[in-house]
Design a protein around this ligand. Structure first.
Ligand code: EPZ
Length: 433
Protein backbone atom coordinates (compact mmCIF):
# COMPACT_ATOMS: atom_id res chain seq x y z
CA UNK A 1 0.00 0.00 0.00
CA UNK A 2 1.23 3.48 -0.87
CA UNK A 3 1.39 5.46 2.36
CA UNK A 4 2.22 9.00 3.48
CA UNK A 5 2.92 10.72 6.77
CA UNK A 6 0.23 13.05 8.04
CA UNK A 7 1.74 15.46 10.56
CA UNK A 8 0.09 18.01 12.80
CA UNK A 9 2.80 20.46 13.78
CA UNK A 10 3.41 22.61 16.79
CA UNK A 11 4.14 20.05 19.53
CA UNK A 12 7.56 20.25 21.16
CA UNK A 13 9.32 16.86 21.16
CA UNK A 14 9.94 15.76 24.72
CA UNK A 15 11.27 12.49 26.15
CA UNK A 16 13.78 9.75 25.29
CA UNK A 17 14.53 8.11 21.96
CA UNK A 18 16.82 5.14 21.33
CA UNK A 19 18.94 5.29 18.18
CA UNK A 20 19.28 2.18 15.97
CA UNK A 21 22.45 0.70 14.49
CA UNK A 22 24.24 2.65 11.75
CA UNK A 23 22.71 1.90 8.35
CA UNK A 24 25.80 2.84 6.36
CA UNK A 25 28.05 0.68 8.58
CA UNK A 26 25.59 -2.20 8.45
CA UNK A 27 25.57 -2.23 4.64
CA UNK A 28 29.35 -2.67 4.47
CA UNK A 29 29.27 -5.21 7.29
CA UNK A 30 26.59 -7.38 5.67
CA UNK A 31 28.61 -7.54 2.46
CA UNK A 32 31.78 -8.32 4.45
CA UNK A 33 29.94 -11.12 6.30
CA UNK A 34 29.43 -12.85 2.94
CA UNK A 35 33.24 -13.23 2.72
CA UNK A 36 33.62 -15.46 5.79
CA UNK A 37 34.03 -19.24 5.59
CA UNK A 38 31.93 -19.64 8.73
CA UNK A 39 28.65 -18.19 10.04
CA UNK A 40 28.80 -14.61 11.30
CA UNK A 41 26.29 -13.06 13.68
CA UNK A 42 25.57 -9.34 13.38
CA UNK A 43 23.79 -7.52 16.19
CA UNK A 44 22.24 -4.04 16.41
CA UNK A 45 21.24 -4.04 12.73
CA UNK A 46 18.79 -1.27 11.89
CA UNK A 47 15.56 -2.78 10.58
CA UNK A 48 15.20 -0.58 7.50
CA UNK A 49 14.47 -1.42 3.89
CA UNK A 50 18.02 -0.93 2.48
CA UNK A 51 19.30 -3.56 4.94
CA UNK A 52 16.51 -6.02 4.13
CA UNK A 53 17.24 -5.67 0.39
CA UNK A 54 20.97 -6.35 0.83
CA UNK A 55 20.38 -9.35 3.12
CA UNK A 56 17.85 -10.79 0.65
CA UNK A 57 20.35 -10.28 -2.19
CA UNK A 58 23.05 -12.38 -0.52
CA UNK A 59 20.44 -14.98 0.40
CA UNK A 60 19.40 -15.13 -3.27
CA UNK A 61 22.97 -16.01 -4.32
CA UNK A 62 23.20 -18.87 -1.84
CA UNK A 63 24.08 -17.52 1.63
CA UNK A 64 22.17 -19.08 4.52
CA UNK A 65 20.51 -16.29 6.48
CA UNK A 66 18.87 -16.71 9.89
CA UNK A 67 17.06 -13.78 11.53
CA UNK A 68 17.00 -14.19 15.34
CA UNK A 69 15.00 -11.01 15.84
CA UNK A 70 14.54 -7.76 13.91
CA UNK A 71 18.06 -6.58 14.79
CA UNK A 72 20.13 -9.75 14.81
CA UNK A 73 21.02 -11.94 11.87
CA UNK A 74 23.39 -14.84 11.25
CA UNK A 75 24.86 -15.02 7.76
CA UNK A 76 26.66 -18.09 6.45
CA UNK A 77 28.34 -17.02 3.22
CA UNK A 78 30.24 -20.28 2.75
CA UNK A 79 27.38 -21.62 0.64
CA UNK A 80 27.37 -18.76 -1.89
CA UNK A 81 27.59 -20.35 -5.32
CA UNK A 82 26.24 -17.72 -7.67
CA UNK A 83 28.27 -14.57 -8.29
CA UNK A 84 25.72 -12.62 -10.27
CA UNK A 85 23.53 -10.26 -8.22
CA UNK A 86 20.56 -8.61 -9.88
CA UNK A 87 16.94 -7.98 -9.01
CA UNK A 88 14.56 -5.06 -9.16
CA UNK A 89 15.29 -4.06 -5.52
CA UNK A 90 19.08 -4.32 -5.54
CA UNK A 91 19.14 -2.00 -8.58
CA UNK A 92 17.65 0.73 -6.36
CA UNK A 93 20.22 0.70 -3.57
CA UNK A 94 23.67 2.19 -3.55
CA UNK A 95 25.41 -0.29 -1.30
CA UNK A 96 24.94 -3.12 -3.79
CA UNK A 97 28.45 -2.09 -4.89
CA UNK A 98 29.89 -3.55 -1.67
CA UNK A 99 29.10 -6.98 -3.09
CA UNK A 100 31.66 -6.20 -5.81
CA UNK A 101 34.48 -5.80 -3.30
CA UNK A 102 33.32 -8.67 -1.10
CA UNK A 103 32.75 -11.30 -3.79
CA UNK A 104 35.76 -10.20 -5.85
CA UNK A 105 37.94 -10.67 -2.75
CA UNK A 106 36.50 -14.06 -1.91
CA UNK A 107 35.76 -15.58 -5.33
CA UNK A 108 37.76 -13.40 -7.78
CA UNK A 109 34.64 -12.99 -9.91
CA UNK A 110 31.42 -11.04 -9.50
CA UNK A 111 28.71 -9.32 -11.47
CA UNK A 112 26.33 -6.82 -9.83
CA UNK A 113 23.58 -4.58 -11.21
CA UNK A 114 24.75 -0.97 -11.56
CA UNK A 115 24.14 0.75 -8.19
CA UNK A 116 21.11 3.03 -7.70
CA UNK A 117 20.57 5.00 -4.49
CA UNK A 118 19.26 8.41 -3.57
CA UNK A 119 19.22 10.97 -6.37
CA UNK A 120 21.44 13.55 -4.66
CA UNK A 121 23.82 14.34 -7.49
CA UNK A 122 26.18 12.62 -9.85
CA UNK A 123 27.58 9.59 -8.06
CA UNK A 124 30.59 8.30 -10.00
CA UNK A 125 32.30 5.03 -9.06
CA UNK A 126 35.64 5.74 -10.75
CA UNK A 127 37.52 5.46 -7.44
CA UNK A 128 36.07 1.98 -6.82
CA UNK A 129 37.14 0.92 -10.32
CA UNK A 130 40.58 2.46 -9.89
CA UNK A 131 41.00 0.43 -6.68
CA UNK A 132 39.84 -2.88 -8.17
CA UNK A 133 42.12 -2.41 -11.17
CA UNK A 134 45.07 -1.55 -8.95
CA UNK A 135 44.53 -4.87 -7.14
CA UNK A 136 44.75 -6.62 -10.53
CA UNK A 137 41.07 -7.01 -11.50
CA UNK A 138 39.42 -6.31 -14.85
CA UNK A 139 36.25 -4.20 -14.74
CA UNK A 140 33.62 -4.30 -17.46
CA UNK A 141 30.39 -2.29 -17.45
CA UNK A 142 27.72 -3.34 -19.95
CA UNK A 143 23.94 -3.78 -20.13
CA UNK A 144 23.42 -2.23 -16.69
CA UNK A 145 25.79 -4.67 -14.97
CA UNK A 146 29.31 -4.24 -13.54
CA UNK A 147 31.50 -7.32 -13.88
CA UNK A 148 34.78 -7.50 -11.99
CA UNK A 149 37.09 -10.45 -12.47
CA UNK A 150 40.67 -11.31 -11.56
CA UNK A 151 42.98 -14.29 -11.94
CA UNK A 152 44.72 -13.11 -8.84
CA UNK A 153 44.53 -10.10 -6.52
CA UNK A 154 47.76 -8.57 -5.29
CA UNK A 155 48.29 -5.89 -2.66
CA UNK A 156 49.01 -2.42 -4.05
CA UNK A 157 49.35 1.27 -3.17
CA UNK A 158 46.33 3.45 -3.99
CA UNK A 159 45.95 7.20 -3.54
CA UNK A 160 42.25 8.08 -3.81
CA UNK A 161 41.51 11.30 -5.71
CA UNK A 162 38.56 12.08 -3.41
CA UNK A 163 37.67 10.92 0.06
CA UNK A 164 34.98 8.32 -0.68
CA UNK A 165 33.20 6.22 1.94
CA UNK A 166 32.08 3.68 -0.64
CA UNK A 167 35.43 3.29 -2.43
CA UNK A 168 37.36 3.07 0.86
CA UNK A 169 35.10 0.30 2.19
CA UNK A 170 34.95 -1.55 -1.13
CA UNK A 171 38.72 -1.71 -1.60
CA UNK A 172 39.20 -2.59 2.09
CA UNK A 173 36.92 -5.60 1.52
CA UNK A 174 38.69 -6.85 -1.60
CA UNK A 175 42.20 -6.17 -0.23
CA UNK A 176 41.48 -8.14 2.96
CA UNK A 177 41.52 -11.34 0.91
CA UNK A 178 44.20 -10.26 -1.60
CA UNK A 179 47.82 -11.41 -1.50
CA UNK A 180 50.29 -9.18 0.34
CA UNK A 181 50.09 -5.63 1.60
CA UNK A 182 47.75 -2.85 0.39
CA UNK A 183 48.15 0.79 1.36
CA UNK A 184 45.17 3.11 0.85
CA UNK A 185 45.81 6.84 1.07
CA UNK A 186 43.38 9.78 1.29
CA UNK A 187 40.70 7.41 2.58
CA UNK A 188 37.35 8.32 4.14
CA UNK A 189 37.51 8.54 7.96
CA UNK A 190 33.78 8.23 8.74
CA UNK A 191 32.88 6.14 11.82
CA UNK A 192 31.16 3.61 9.55
CA UNK A 193 34.46 3.02 7.71
CA UNK A 194 36.09 2.30 11.08
CA UNK A 195 33.23 -0.02 12.04
CA UNK A 196 33.58 -2.09 8.86
CA UNK A 197 37.36 -2.33 9.47
CA UNK A 198 36.75 -3.48 13.06
CA UNK A 199 34.28 -6.06 11.83
CA UNK A 200 36.73 -7.37 9.22
CA UNK A 201 39.39 -7.64 11.95
CA UNK A 202 36.96 -9.56 14.18
CA UNK A 203 36.82 -12.17 11.36
CA UNK A 204 40.63 -12.38 11.20
CA UNK A 205 41.44 -9.67 8.65
CA UNK A 206 44.44 -7.42 9.24
CA UNK A 207 43.27 -3.84 8.66
CA UNK A 208 45.13 -1.03 10.42
CA UNK A 209 44.68 2.74 10.46
CA UNK A 210 40.92 3.03 9.77
CA UNK A 211 39.82 6.45 11.04
CA UNK A 212 43.10 8.07 9.87
CA UNK A 213 44.15 9.19 6.37
CA UNK A 214 46.02 5.96 5.60
CA UNK A 215 44.73 2.39 5.87
CA UNK A 216 47.17 -0.53 5.72
CA UNK A 217 45.85 -4.00 4.95
CA UNK A 218 47.79 -7.23 5.16
CA UNK A 219 45.86 -9.76 3.06
CA UNK A 220 44.84 -13.02 4.74
CA UNK A 221 43.80 -16.34 3.15
CA UNK A 222 40.47 -16.74 4.86
CA UNK A 223 38.04 -15.05 7.23
CA UNK A 224 36.47 -16.93 10.12
CA UNK A 225 33.18 -16.60 12.01
CA UNK A 226 32.48 -13.81 14.50
CA UNK A 227 29.78 -12.05 16.49
CA UNK A 228 29.70 -8.27 16.09
CA UNK A 229 27.51 -5.39 17.24
CA UNK A 230 27.12 -2.39 14.91
CA UNK A 231 27.79 1.18 16.14
CA UNK A 232 24.87 3.60 16.62
CA UNK A 233 23.68 5.62 13.65
CA UNK A 234 25.11 9.15 13.95
CA UNK A 235 22.79 10.52 11.25
CA UNK A 236 19.67 9.11 12.87
CA UNK A 237 20.87 10.60 16.18
CA UNK A 238 21.62 13.95 14.53
CA UNK A 239 18.17 13.96 12.93
CA UNK A 240 16.48 13.64 16.35
CA UNK A 241 18.79 16.32 17.75
CA UNK A 242 17.69 18.75 15.05
CA UNK A 243 14.03 17.71 15.41
CA UNK A 244 14.24 18.52 19.13
CA UNK A 245 15.79 21.90 18.34
CA UNK A 246 13.25 22.75 15.62
CA UNK A 247 10.25 22.00 17.85
CA UNK A 248 11.70 23.83 20.89
CA UNK A 249 11.79 20.50 22.64
CA UNK A 250 13.83 18.61 25.21
CA UNK A 251 14.97 15.18 24.03
CA UNK A 252 17.45 12.66 25.43
CA UNK A 253 18.90 10.71 22.52
CA UNK A 254 20.19 7.38 23.78
CA UNK A 255 22.58 4.76 22.37
CA UNK A 256 24.90 7.24 20.67
CA UNK A 257 28.65 7.86 20.56
CA UNK A 258 28.77 11.61 21.42
CA UNK A 259 32.18 12.00 19.73
CA UNK A 260 30.59 11.12 16.37
CA UNK A 261 28.06 13.92 16.87
CA UNK A 262 30.52 16.72 17.66
CA UNK A 263 30.11 18.62 14.38
CA UNK A 264 26.32 18.58 14.81
CA UNK A 265 26.39 19.44 18.53
CA UNK A 266 28.78 22.34 17.89
CA UNK A 267 26.45 23.90 15.30
CA UNK A 268 23.42 23.51 17.57
CA UNK A 269 25.26 25.15 20.48
CA UNK A 270 26.44 27.93 18.16
CA UNK A 271 22.85 28.87 17.30
CA UNK A 272 21.67 28.82 20.91
CA UNK A 273 20.69 25.24 21.78
CA UNK A 274 21.70 23.50 24.97
CA UNK A 275 23.46 20.19 24.29
CA UNK A 276 24.45 17.97 27.22
CA UNK A 277 26.74 15.01 26.58
CA UNK A 278 26.66 11.79 28.59
CA UNK A 279 28.62 8.55 28.08
CA UNK A 280 26.23 7.12 25.51
CA UNK A 281 23.53 9.78 25.21
CA UNK A 282 23.05 13.44 24.32
CA UNK A 283 20.28 15.74 25.50
CA UNK A 284 19.14 18.61 23.31
CA UNK A 285 17.10 21.43 24.82
CA UNK A 286 15.87 24.43 22.86
CA UNK A 287 13.95 26.98 24.88
CA UNK A 288 13.77 29.79 22.36
CA UNK A 289 13.97 30.57 18.67
CA UNK A 290 17.50 29.79 17.53
CA UNK A 291 19.96 31.98 15.65
CA UNK A 292 21.77 31.92 12.31
CA UNK A 293 25.09 30.45 11.26
CA UNK A 294 27.16 29.20 8.33
CA UNK A 295 27.45 25.48 7.59
CA UNK A 296 29.68 23.73 5.06
CA UNK A 297 29.40 19.99 4.53
CA UNK A 298 32.70 18.13 4.55
CA UNK A 299 33.95 14.56 4.95
CA UNK A 300 34.17 13.39 8.59
CA UNK A 301 35.00 14.95 11.04
CA UNK A 302 33.39 17.88 9.21
CA UNK A 303 29.67 18.57 9.13
CA UNK A 304 28.04 15.54 7.40
CA UNK A 305 26.29 15.97 4.07
CA UNK A 306 23.67 13.50 5.37
CA UNK A 307 22.66 16.15 7.96
CA UNK A 308 22.56 19.10 5.54
CA UNK A 309 18.82 19.00 4.71
CA UNK A 310 17.91 18.75 8.40
CA UNK A 311 20.11 21.66 9.54
CA UNK A 312 19.03 23.78 6.54
CA UNK A 313 15.42 23.22 7.62
CA UNK A 314 16.23 24.26 11.19
CA UNK A 315 17.97 27.41 9.94
CA UNK A 316 14.93 28.17 7.77
CA UNK A 317 12.96 28.87 10.97
CA UNK A 318 15.81 30.44 12.94
CA UNK A 319 16.47 34.15 13.26
CA UNK A 320 18.57 35.92 10.62
CA UNK A 321 20.31 34.81 7.43
CA UNK A 322 22.34 31.61 7.29
CA UNK A 323 24.53 30.25 4.52
CA UNK A 324 24.76 26.52 3.87
CA UNK A 325 27.36 25.17 1.44
CA UNK A 326 27.00 21.61 0.15
CA UNK A 327 30.42 20.46 -0.97
CA UNK A 328 29.84 16.69 -1.36
CA UNK A 329 26.71 16.15 -3.53
CA UNK A 330 25.56 18.91 -5.89
CA UNK A 331 21.89 17.94 -5.98
CA UNK A 332 21.08 18.00 -2.30
CA UNK A 333 19.08 21.24 -2.17
CA UNK A 334 16.16 20.00 -4.27
CA UNK A 335 14.03 19.63 -1.15
CA UNK A 336 14.05 23.40 -0.63
CA UNK A 337 11.44 23.66 -3.43
CA UNK A 338 9.18 21.46 -1.29
CA UNK A 339 10.01 23.37 1.88
CA UNK A 340 9.01 26.59 0.10
CA UNK A 341 5.41 25.29 0.12
CA UNK A 342 5.51 25.74 3.91
CA UNK A 343 6.71 29.33 3.57
CA UNK A 344 10.50 29.03 3.84
CA UNK A 345 12.67 31.64 2.12
CA UNK A 346 15.76 29.97 0.69
CA UNK A 347 17.74 30.98 -2.38
CA UNK A 348 20.00 28.44 -4.04
CA UNK A 349 23.11 29.68 -5.85
CA UNK A 350 25.18 26.78 -7.15
CA UNK A 351 26.16 24.68 -4.16
CA UNK A 352 25.13 27.34 -1.65
CA UNK A 353 21.81 28.00 0.04
CA UNK A 354 21.12 31.44 1.42
CA UNK A 355 18.55 30.84 4.10
CA UNK A 356 16.48 33.78 5.35
CA UNK A 357 14.93 32.55 8.58
CA UNK A 358 11.15 32.98 8.80
CA UNK A 359 9.27 33.13 12.09
CA UNK A 360 7.30 29.98 11.34
CA UNK A 361 6.23 27.48 8.68
CA UNK A 362 2.71 26.40 7.79
CA UNK A 363 1.53 22.87 6.92
CA UNK A 364 1.61 21.78 3.27
CA UNK A 365 1.61 18.75 0.98
CA UNK A 366 5.17 17.74 0.09
CA UNK A 367 7.09 15.04 -1.75
CA UNK A 368 10.20 13.57 -0.12
CA UNK A 369 12.88 13.69 -2.84
CA UNK A 370 15.29 11.35 -1.01
CA UNK A 371 16.02 9.83 2.39
CA UNK A 372 17.58 12.69 4.40
CA UNK A 373 15.59 15.42 2.65
CA UNK A 374 12.47 13.41 3.49
CA UNK A 375 13.44 13.44 7.17
CA UNK A 376 14.06 17.18 6.92
CA UNK A 377 10.54 17.76 5.55
CA UNK A 378 9.12 15.79 8.48
CA UNK A 379 11.09 18.05 10.87
CA UNK A 380 9.65 21.10 9.09
CA UNK A 381 6.14 19.67 9.41
CA UNK A 382 6.63 18.94 13.12
CA UNK A 383 7.77 22.50 13.78
CA UNK A 384 5.16 24.16 11.58
CA UNK A 385 1.60 25.23 12.21
CA UNK A 386 -1.24 23.04 10.90
CA UNK A 387 -1.32 19.79 8.98
CA UNK A 388 1.26 18.56 6.48
CA UNK A 389 1.26 15.51 4.22
CA UNK A 390 4.58 14.02 3.21
CA UNK A 391 4.60 11.54 0.35
CA UNK A 392 7.26 9.20 -1.04
CA UNK A 393 7.98 8.01 2.50
CA UNK A 394 9.54 4.83 1.12
CA UNK A 395 12.69 6.98 0.79
CA UNK A 396 12.57 7.82 4.50
CA UNK A 397 12.00 4.19 5.44
CA UNK A 398 15.18 3.20 3.61
CA UNK A 399 17.16 4.60 6.50
CA UNK A 400 15.02 5.47 9.54
CA UNK A 401 13.67 2.60 11.61
CA UNK A 402 10.03 3.19 12.66
CA UNK A 403 10.48 6.97 12.24
CA UNK A 404 6.80 7.73 12.89
CA UNK A 405 6.66 5.46 15.96
CA UNK A 406 9.79 6.95 17.55
CA UNK A 407 8.53 10.51 16.88
CA UNK A 408 5.07 9.72 18.27
CA UNK A 409 6.67 8.46 21.48
CA UNK A 410 8.27 11.91 21.80
CA UNK A 411 4.87 13.57 21.55
CA UNK A 412 4.75 14.24 17.82
CA UNK A 413 1.35 14.08 16.15
CA UNK A 414 2.29 11.94 13.14
CA UNK A 415 0.45 9.08 11.50
CA UNK A 416 1.07 6.86 8.51
CA UNK A 417 -2.06 6.87 6.37
CA UNK A 418 -2.85 5.60 2.86
CA UNK A 419 -2.13 8.16 0.12
CA UNK A 420 -5.29 9.85 -1.22
CA UNK A 421 -7.48 8.46 1.58
CA UNK A 422 -9.50 11.60 2.38
CA UNK A 423 -11.40 9.81 5.10
CA UNK A 424 -8.28 8.81 7.04
CA UNK A 425 -6.84 12.28 6.59
CA UNK A 426 -10.02 13.90 7.90
CA UNK A 427 -10.02 11.57 10.92
CA UNK A 428 -6.40 12.52 11.62
CA UNK A 429 -7.13 16.25 11.32
CA UNK A 430 -10.15 16.11 13.61
CA UNK A 431 -8.59 13.85 16.25
CA UNK A 432 -7.81 15.66 19.48
CA UNK A 433 -4.28 15.04 20.75
C1 EPZ B 1 28.04 7.18 1.30
O1 EPZ B 1 27.76 7.29 -0.08
C2 EPZ B 1 26.70 7.05 1.99
N1 EPZ B 1 26.02 5.89 1.45
C3 EPZ B 1 25.88 8.32 1.77
O2 EPZ B 1 24.74 8.19 2.56
C4 EPZ B 1 26.66 9.54 2.21
O3 EPZ B 1 25.96 10.70 1.84
C5 EPZ B 1 28.06 9.57 1.57
O4 EPZ B 1 28.74 8.30 1.81
C6 EPZ B 1 28.95 10.67 2.11
O5 EPZ B 1 29.10 10.54 3.49
C7 EPZ B 1 26.30 4.68 1.92
O6 EPZ B 1 27.12 4.49 2.80
C8 EPZ B 1 25.55 3.53 1.34
P1 EPZ B 1 31.12 8.84 -1.24
P2 EPZ B 1 28.91 7.09 -1.14
O7 EPZ B 1 31.72 7.83 -2.15
O8 EPZ B 1 29.83 6.05 -0.64
C9 EPZ B 1 32.65 11.46 -4.95
C10 EPZ B 1 22.47 8.46 3.13
O9 EPZ B 1 21.61 9.39 3.12
N2 EPZ B 1 33.07 10.17 -5.56
O10 EPZ B 1 31.75 9.05 0.09
O11 EPZ B 1 28.25 6.90 -2.46
C11 EPZ B 1 31.15 11.62 -4.86
O12 EPZ B 1 30.60 12.09 -6.06
C12 EPZ B 1 23.46 8.38 2.00
O13 EPZ B 1 22.53 7.58 4.00
C13 EPZ B 1 33.78 10.17 -6.74
O14 EPZ B 1 34.08 11.21 -7.32
O15 EPZ B 1 29.58 8.51 -1.07
C14 EPZ B 1 31.01 12.57 -3.71
O16 EPZ B 1 31.18 13.88 -4.15
C15 EPZ B 1 23.15 9.12 0.81
N3 EPZ B 1 34.16 8.96 -7.27
C16 EPZ B 1 32.17 12.21 -2.79
O17 EPZ B 1 33.10 11.49 -3.61
C17 EPZ B 1 33.89 7.77 -6.65
O18 EPZ B 1 34.28 6.72 -7.17
C18 EPZ B 1 31.81 11.36 -1.60
O19 EPZ B 1 31.06 10.22 -2.02
C19 EPZ B 1 33.16 7.79 -5.45
C20 EPZ B 1 32.76 9.01 -4.91
Amino acid sequence: MNEEYAVKGGHPLVGDVVVSGAKNAALGIIAAAAMADEPVTIENLPYVSDIKVLVQAIQAIGAVVTWHDMHTVTIDGSTISNFCVDNEYIRKIRASYYLLGALLGKHRSVEVAFPGGCNIGSRPIDQHIKGFEALGARVNIAHGMIAVRADDLNGCHIYFDVSSVGATINIMLAASLSKGKTILENVAKEPHVVDVANFLNSMGAKVKGAGTDVIRIEGVERLHGATYSIIPDMIEAGTYMVAAAATKGDVLIKNVIPKHLEAISAKLVEIGCEVEEFDDAVRVIAKKRLGHTHVKTLPYPGFPTDMQPQITTLLAISEGTSVVTESIFENRFKFTDELARMGSVIKIEGNTAIVDGVSGLTGAKMLAPDLRAGAALVIAALSGEGVSEIRNIEFIERGYETFDVKLSALGADIKKIPVDDENELRKFILKAV
